[in-house]
Every structure is written in structure tokens, then in C-alpha cells.
Design a protein around this ligand. Structure first.
Ligand SMILES: Nc1ncnc2c1ncn2[C@@H]1O[C@H](COP(=O)(O)OP(=O)(O)O)[C@@H](O)[C@H]1O
Ligand SMILES: [Mg+2]
Length: 498
């Protein structure tokens, strides 16, 4: 039962987290989110365990004992007992609630610790380059200490609660026993009655202290579950419209019309950009680093929604298309390609999960990585490590290209995809890209090295979030503007044309 619940909820949370926009993930530290989920699902299991197995029988037991007291003993017994239950419950609830804030603070510090350790472990290379193991260790230690400080106070409060509950319980038992002794001495009760009373009292004391402890764990579990459900409540602001259409058999005519965009309100990134990318053509985006090229590609994929203007495909605003069908039609090789911790084969196959072996090999060949893979001792079964750390930058990039070629979508998007390759592999991949693009594809390439895009149908130069020039390579060179300067600086031929 509890395993089933944990499984269901874990899957639900996972699905929800994956569906959230990129923005959520860029703002959240993975370590903290993962802690919240672990604590939440763990708490859920214990909650369902409490609720199903223990509470009801205990409550019934207490009720029965009270009924017996009322029926068979003088009213004073029930009165004393009732007052006691009231005091006990009030005490438990008030103290537990006061402790709740502390619990939440402890959780927050627990998250922080997890965030820091995961961050350091994921960036272990940088830690080593700067020999900052000590620095990281001290930082983590200080966070752990802060966590321990609140955790200890919280535990102390818990212990005080237990002690208080014990005191109240004992006081009451003593009072009721004293009453019973008085009744016996008065001759109103027999020795048998006396024994009966003490037995009943014991029967009720144990479940009551159990309920007290239960309430405490219940509140704690609820706090943990609540934090997890807060994650579930994060709203997705990039959602499919009601009745959004499916994009299929696209001609790949992309228009970016007067688009303005800011990641955060206080910093405008794109300041009114218009780019027309006719179907089956190739367009290159060039410009200084930080000019907004990758941002344009993210808007095209609708990882973010534009603030002003619109992006259309075949004349339809992409906000009127389902995100799945939109992204199915676009193949991306990102600026810093990241692979999964699996074999090379699986990583390429990710582009089309049902691809056959032959298709995977074919894609690897097109991305000119087949020779390299076949030369490896384990061939296609070579594990690439977390995020692909066991491959060089260029190898990773080529696996990413193969993965995209396998998907074979009508729109291709390369974000500095060949930047980390040597000239020879770059040329062979450029050839491959050219061959594929000829088969009626729309190609968008963000390029740093201009030599790779000279024969593109159109080159768009961006600067600080604006289009400052556009045209073919020849046209741009002849207009003697920013592109011409960029070209000259890269080819090292001064300001001469060509
Ligand atoms: N997720 C983000 N949140 C806030 N700012 C961002 C984010 N991603 C990029 N930026 C900023 O937007 C600007 C444009 O970035 P980008 O489009 O990646 O430039 P590039 O032209 O080099 O690809 C940069 O100044 C960058 O700092
Ligand atoms: Mg970029």
C-alpha cells in the first residue's frame, strides 16, 4: 500500500517537474528540489501508514474506556478524566505547533546543504582546477552546522514535549488513583473495583501517549509533504492553448516579427527583432557573444514566450500550436550539448527511441563520428559518463549532431554546433549538414566562425538584441558594415573585400 502510494506520487512529481518551463529549472537548485521530493515521498509513506493502521483502533479504545468510566463509576472519575484529556490534548497541540516553524527552518537548511554538496560534486573539475576542496568543505561544513543547530533545538523541543506529556499523564493517574483509594476507604468501592480502575487507567494511558507521539510525527510528515506539494503547485506559464493545433508537414517558413523579450523584467534582451526565414533556406545568425542569438533559438522552440511581437511557422503563431508538435519539427544541436549517462548508442538513439541499429549507425556516419566510435574498445557500448564527461567537446558535439540527424526533422537549428571541432571535422560535418539541408529543410545556424556560413542564403547580424544587418555574404561584405569588420578580423586580411 505505502509502496504503491510512494511510487505514484514520485512519478507524479517527476512528470510535473519535467513539464515545468525552463525558467523554473534555471531558478531552482537541483539538490534542493531533490531533497524536497525525497522528504515528501518518505513522509507520505509514513502518513499513510499512520492513518491506515493505528489511529482508529486507538480512538475507539479510549472512547470505550471513557464510556465504562461514565457507566460504572461515580461521575467525579469521568470529570477528572475529561479535564485531563483536555489538558493533555491542548498541551500537545500548542507545543507541537510552536515547534513547526523550527521544523520548516531545519528543512530549509537541509535543502541548502544538499544544494551545495550537489553543486560542488557536479562541478568537481572546477573545484580541482582551483584546488578549492578545502574551501568547498568548509562551506559545506558551515551549512551543516547551521542545520545541526536548528535540528538540535527542534529535537530538544520534541523531548520537552514528551516529558510534558509524561508529567500530565502521571499527574492524572495519581489523581484518579487517589480518588479510587478514597472511594475504597469510604467503603463505596471494593478491592476488586480498585484493581479494575487501575487496569482501565493503564489501558487508556498507553494509547493516549501513543496518540500524542503520533500527532507530533503527523505534523512533521505534513510539513514535509506540504513542501513537496508546493512544488506541484508551481504553475506552468508556457502552456498549450485550448484547442491548439498540431504542426505537421511544415514547410518550415519561420517569421520572427518585432519580437521583444526579457528573461527578467529589469533587463531587456531582445529589442524588437524581425527575421524572415523562408522555407527550405538556410539562415545564419551571427554577432557578438551575448547579443541574443541563443535567446532567439529558445523563443523559436518556445522554451519561453515572447513579451511583444510573435514567432510564426507557416504563418501560424507558435503559441497556437502544441509544444510537442512544434518541438517535434525542430532538431536542435545546442551550444553546450549535454549527454545522458548511458552508452554512445543509447545517446544517439535518443533522437528516435525506436530507431534500428542500422539507422543509428547511419546517423553516426553522417555526423562523421562512426570511425572514432568503431575505434573504441567497447565501440557503440562505450559509456559516456555523467553529462558526457568521458568524451571530448568535439566528440560530444558530434554525438549530439548524430542524435539530431536521426530525429530528421524539417527544421534544423545549430547553435555554434561546430565551434568546438577542428577544421577537418568541421568541414566534414558542414558537408553533412549541407547534404541533409538540401532535402527540403530549413536550416538556422548560429555561428561564430564566419567561414562556416559563407554560402548560406541569408546572414543576419545581431548586436545587443537588435538586427543591424542582413543579406548574403557578398552583399554584407560590399556594404562595408559590422559583418565586413567581423570577417576581416577573422580572416586576418585587413579591410579588403573577400
Ligand atoms: N536564463 C537566463 N536568465 C537571464 N539572463 C539570461 C539567461 N540566458 C541568457 N541570458 C542573458 O541574455 C543575453 C543574451 O544571451 P544569449 O542569447 O545566450 O547570447 P548569445 O548571442 O551569445 O547566444 C546574455 O547577456 C545573457 O547573460
Ligand atoms: Mg549562444
Amino acid at each position: 500500500m505505502t509502496v504503491g502510494i510512494k511510487q505514484l506520487i514520485s512519478l507524479d512529481v517527476f512528470n510535473h517537474l519535467l513539464s515545468l518551463p525552463v525558467e523554473f529549472h534555471t531558478d531552482q537548485a537541483t539538490g534542493g528540489v531533490s531533497r524536497k521530493v525525497t522528504r515528501g515521498t518518505g513522509a507520505l509513506s509514513s502518513l499513510s501508514f499512520f492513518l491506515t493502521g493505528n489511529i482508529l483502533p486507538t480512538v475507539i479504545e479510549i472512547g470505550l474506556v471513557i464510556a465504562i468510566f461514565i457507566k460504572f463509576f461515580p461521575p467525579i472519575f469521568a470529570a477528572v478524566f475529561g479535564v485531563f484529556v483536555l489538558v493533555y490534548v491542548t498541551f500537545t497541540v500548542v507545543v507541537t505547533n510552536r515547534r513547526q516553524k523550527l521544523l520548516l527552518e531545519t528543512n530549509k537548511r537541509d535543502d541548502k546543504g544538499s544544494e551545495q554538496s550537489i553543486d560542488a560534486l557536479m562541478n568537481y573539475e572546477t573545484v580541482k582546477y582551483f584546488t578549492n576542496e578545502d574551501f568547498e568543505s568548509k562551506r559545506y561544513q558551515s551549512t551543516l552546522e547551521k542545520w545541526a543547530d536548528t535540528a538540535i533545538v527542534s529535537n530538544k523541543k520534541g523531548a520537552n514535549l514528551n516529558m510534558g506529556q509524561g508529567l500530565i499523564l502521571t499527574a492524572d493517574l495519581t489523581a484518579l488513583l487517589a480518588l479510587a483509594v478514597r472511594e475504597y476507604l469510604n467503603g463505596a468501592a471494593t478491592l476488586g473495583d480498585f484493581v479494575l480502575i487501575t487496569t482501565y487507567l493503564n489501558r487508556v494511558a498507553i494509547p493516549l501517549s501513543f496518540l500524542g507521539a503520533l500527532y507530533r510525527s503527523l505534523k512533521q510528515s505534513l510539513a514535509n509533504v506540504d513542501e513537496m506539494f508546493k512544488l506541484m503547485e508551481v504553475e506552468n506559464d508556457v502552456v498549450d492553448k485550448e484547442g491548439a493545433s498540431e504542426l505537421c508537414c511544415t514547410k518550415g517558413h519561420i517569421q520572427i516579427k518585432n519580437v521583444e523579450f526579457a528573461y527578467k523584467k529589469d533587463r531587456q534582451i531582445l529589442k524588437g527583432i524581425s527575421i524572415d526565414i523562408p522555407s527550405h533556406t538556410s539562415v545564419a545568425l551571427v554577432g557578438a557573444s551575448g547579443s541574443g542569438k541563443s535567446t532567439v533559438s529558445k523563443l523559436l522552440l518556445r522554451l519561453y514566450d515572447v513579451d511583444q511581437g510573435m514567432v510564426t511557422i507557416d504563418g501560424t503563431d507558435i503559441r497556437d500550436i502544441t509544444q510537442t508538435s512544434l518541438r517535434n519539427n525542430i532538431g536542435v544541436v545546442a551550444q553546450d550539448s549535454i549527454l545522458f549517462n548511458e552508452s554512445i548508442f543509447k545517446n544517439i538513439q535518443y533522437g528516435k527511441p525506436d530507431a534500428t541499429k542500422e539507422e543509428v549507425y547511419e546517423a553516426a556516419k553522417l555526423a562523421s563520428i562512426n570511425e572514432l566510435i568503431e575505434g573504441l574498445p567497447q565501440g557503440y557500448d562505450t559509456e559516456v559518463g555523467e553529462r558526457g564527461v568521458k568524451l571530448s567537446g568535439g566528440e560530444k558535439q558530434r554525438v549530439a549532431i548524430a542524435r539530431m540527424l536521426l530525429k530528421n526533422p524539417p527544421i534544423l537549428l545549430f547553435d555554434e554546433a561546430t565551434a568546438s571541432l577542428d577544421t577537418k571535422s568541421e568541414q566534414s560535418i558542414q558537408e553533412a549538414i549541407k547534404t541533409i539541408s538540401k532535402g527540403g529543410k530549413t536550416t538556422i545556424a548560429i555561428a561564430h566562425r564566419l567561414s562556416t556560413i559563407v554560402d548560406f542564403d541569408k546572414i543576419v547580424v545581431l548586436d545587443k538584441g537588435k538586427v543591424i544587418e542582413e543579406g548574403t555574404h557578398e552583399e554584407l561584405l560590399n556594404s562595408c558594415g559590422a559583418y565586413q569588420k567581423l570577417w576581416a578580423s577573422q580572416s586576418g586580411v585587413g579591410t579588403a573585400n573577400g
